[in-house]
Design a protein around this ligand. Structure first.
Ligand SMILES: Cc1cc2nc3c(=O)[nH]c(=O)nc-3n(C[C@H](O)[C@H](O)[C@H](O)COP(=O)(O)O)c2cc1C
Length: 148
């Protein structure tokens, strides 16, 4: 079983609801899970040999929410390379924006550049179609949890 940190980027709480649902699903599978909002680089570094799940929405025009942007900047400026990290990514957005799920894609690109290993495809959740994102995410999270 894995030790998993779920790192959340949210403005209105939808991504947090997805993260908390994911925590329940993964804990039922026997994983050890903690959810972080306003995460620091130190909290992220605990997982460098473990597993993270990034759950982030997009704000502005393809931007990361303010509560996860500082972590992104620290990872980008200070970490460089994290080849032992395994991760998954859930991106929330709205397809009426040109920059659909831009925040999630930006985070994914950084982790790819830094050598982290992604498990599973990105899950994109479109607010234009999905009313209950935490329910929509359940099956993906169950499958992802079994890949670890
Ligand atoms: C001001 C504002 C800007 C947004 N910009 C984008 C965007 O650029 N791309 C996108 O895919 N979604 C965008 N969205 C949609 C949100 O990402 C989507 O509603 C998401 O479910 C919000 O999740 P949250 O409550 O965790 O922040 C925007 C929403 C708002 C209110």
């Amino acid at each position: 079983m894995a030790k998993i940190g779920i790192f959340v980027g949210t403005v209105y709480g939808n991504a947090l609801a997805v993260a908390e649902e994911a925590q329940q699903v993964l804990e039922q599978q026997g994983h050890e899970v903690e959810v972080f909002e306003d995460a620091t680089l130190e909290q992220w570094q605990v997982y460098l040999q473990q597993v993270v799940l990034v759950v982030t929405s997009t704000t502005g025009q393809g931007d990361l929410p303010d509560n996860i942007q500082p972590l992104y900047t620290e990872l980008s400026d200070q970490l460089g390379y994290q080849p032992d990290l395994r991760y998954g990514l859930i991106a929330l957005g709205d397809s009426s924006y040109d920059t659909f799920c831009g925040g999630g894609h930006t985070f994914d690109e950084l982790l790819q550049e830094q050598g982290a290993k992604r498990f599973g495809e990105l899950l994109l959740i479109d607010a234009a179609e999905v009313v209950e994102p935490e329910v929509f995410a359940q099956d993906w999270v169950e499958d992802w949890g079994t890949l670890l």
